[in-house]
Design a protein around this ligand. Structure first.
Ligand code: MG
Length: 172
């Protein structure tokens, strides 16, 4: 019989995986800050972190993180079957499944999240660049795109919050 997985177990697994894979949430919040500070000069890092934590509670993103990290980890252990193993380990530019998995998880966050994802995927700022450059026994084929997705979702969410707050201040 299949086991029913509780949401808290999934959330905890996501947090553990990100830590194990060397992705501090602060590094994602830094990217969110960089994406949104041009639109709000007094933006605080804590607000960016709140947004990161909020998007990490969403199942679409949680599941993409678990699938992506699992595939990277299996590739590192050489236990994917060929030819997928070699494709994932080589992080082939035309593979595309890493971007598709990550992109699919931000659909719920609107156009700002989607365009931010595309920007981050190309520009690879902050920890995304470090993950992309780290070779050797590490495989981050999925993880770099997953981090783009978390940052893009958090930035998209924040952009809408900032607008709502501005309207409250204006009384409009
Ligand atoms: Mg990738």
């Amino acid at each position: 019989m299949s086991r029913k997985v509780h949401s808290s177990e999934v959330y905890q697994a996501v947090m553990n995986k990100l830590t194990e894979r060397g992705v501090p949430l602060e590094a994602i919040a830094d990217i969110v800050y960089e994406m949104q500070v041009p639109y709000k000069a007094d933006l605080r890092k804590e607000v960016c972190m709140e947004s990161v934590l909020a998007v990490l509670e969403k199942r679409e993103l949680q599941h993409a993180i678990l699938v992506g990290v699992e595939l990277d980890t299996l590739a590192e252990k050489n236990i994917l079957s060929e030819p997928l193993l070699s494709i994932v380990k080589a992080d082939e530019g035309l593979f595309g499944c890493d971007e598709t998995l990550a992109l699919g998880s931000v659909f719920g966050y609107g156009s700002i999240a989607l365009t931010t994802f595309g920007y981050l995927d190309k520009q690879k700022i902050g920890i995304i660049k470090s993950l992309d450059n780290e070779g050797g026994e590490h495989c981050h084929t999925f993880l770099d795109d997953i981090v783009c997705a978390i940052a893009a979702a958090a930035a998209g969410r924040l952009a809408h919050r900032i607008r709502d707050e501005d309207e409250e201040v204006d009384g409009s």
